[in-house]
Design a protein around this ligand. Sequence first.
Ligand SMILES: [Zn+2]
Ligand SMILES: [Zn+2]
Length: 112
Amino acid sequence: MSIEVINLINTSNKKCYCKTWLEHWEKFGEQKAGLCAEVSCQKKAIVGAHVQKSDSSDSSWYIIPLCKEHNNLFGQKISIKDSIKLVPANKQKTCAKKEVKYIIKTRKRFGH
Ligand SMILES: [Zn+2]
Ligand SMILES: [Zn+2]
């Protein structure tokens, strides 16, 4: 079984607290990016792409690692490997949360 996702159109201008969306995926998916997430693709993943699940009871945005070619297939369905985690693109659930914790910790350390 593989999961089908839809590659969202032109999300490259979106930013989070991580350097890149691929780094975001590695951090919160707790995996190192290797091959492209597409089920039969053997190319190296170079971008963290924004996708939605295609069985759309869930409309959240997720990040998956894709090669350049698959990342360019905007608006198309892609079947991805089982081993690939869908990491929420929502900053509030991921890096923004971490950032806040970090700020609180730092404040405590300096006695504020
Ligand atoms: Zn991030
Ligand atoms: Zn690919």
